[in-house]
Design a protein around this ligand. Sequence first.
Ligand code: TYD
Ligand code: MG
Length: 452
Amino acid sequence: MINKKKIKSAFFCQNCGCEYTKWHGQCNNCNKWNSIIEELVVKNESNSLVDSKSYAIKVDEIETNDELRLKISDNYLNELFGGGIVCGSLILFCGEPGIGKSTLMLQIALSTNKLKTLYVSGEESTNQIKMRANRLGFTSSDCYIMSETNTEKIFDQIKKISPALIIIDSIQTLNTKSIDSSPGSISQIKENAYLLNNLAKQCSMSVILIGHVNKEGNIAGPKILEHMVDVVLNFEGDKNNIYRIIRSKKNRFGSTQGVAIFEMMSNGLRNVKNPSEILISNKIEKLSGTSIAIAIEGIQPILLEVQALVSPAIYGTSQRSSTGFEIKRLNMLLAVLEKRFGFKLSLKDVFLNITGGIKIDDPSIDLSVVISLISSSLNISISDKFCFTGEIGLSGEIRPSPRINQRILEAEKLGYEKIFISKYNKPSCNHKIVVSKVGTIDQIYANLFKLN
Ligand code: TYD
Ligand code: MG
């Protein structure tokens, strides 16, 4: 098979996948130390596993069919892909170990209507996959299962079965003969993704690659894969909590606005139909340090409970800890409170927690964070009928939140009596809920805490 061998070695950063011609102590791209490792790359010159017919064609002569999308039984996921999975697309689905990637992908493989699917696992045996499929409660006569890591053998089976959708669990376990480095190395990942991309495009088969993410949130070789694939989906959530969120980071065939929220049940992952309320704990007593933020994730309004604890730093050096909210942003908000409003927080321990274990990107939860911090520090509770939305600027001004009408209507729908928004927002909807417009933290402080 090998016509001409070209032996070469290259140096790859095992953290970010950056390639170098010689060894360096620190990666210039991700600044990580001692992450650059030499990989032997034995290249088989004729390594294309699919025959290619390349020629140029006039754009008018290309026949397209917009309907060429695979529909899976889960409509939320179809929407996330932009109306179904485009035939011939390469999708990267990444998340931390144990989050539920294999579970969700097996559900997809088993639920594609009347289309052949092939689920290849390099991590589990066919028996183990069957056990999981039984547990999920899906049955499909068109789903093929294969436990294999050798790329050439997988391609043989693909040619034989010719499935419409192929799921590779995971790209890090694949091993092609044309590269002489171990599975999981950057050059292996790169080559296998390249081969699968060619296959997807030439045979019009859709391929989903599962990618493990390391602790820092990088996939081994992420930049290489992200450029190459058509769609990048991130699967996030706290393993100890039941909620999971899928965000689309890149989509060549649809918007990246959408999110899908799932619950991990004993029989697999199920859609959350009304996600706006799930993250609110139904507490009986009113406690200080808690407030409700109304955020938008993609196009979906979500209400969150923001809890803060501010207490004297007994060991001298104060601690700051945050779960579900960026610590740098928390430090910025603390600095704004200290500098602009004279809250002496430098000698206090500050703990912040967003309930539910889902990390929300929307900066308009800032206002609720600040309110929770003040509430905890003064030990004055906030009514659980109030909710907040607004981003805080460096001078303490409350900035407008996008999609304000949608936020107000959602808060009203869920029975809140008052919503605090930025005075620069101009809501145009009809609503019964009281809308309180505030320009600075001072004003909201006077409104909420001084009158108590
Ligand atoms: P898995 O899909 O194997 O994770 P990944 O492929 O991302 O590493 O799922 C791991 C966790 O999901 C496992 O710890 C248990 C939980 N789980 C359920 O709660 N219910 C189920 O039906 C299944 C299959 C898994
Ligand atoms: Mg897995």
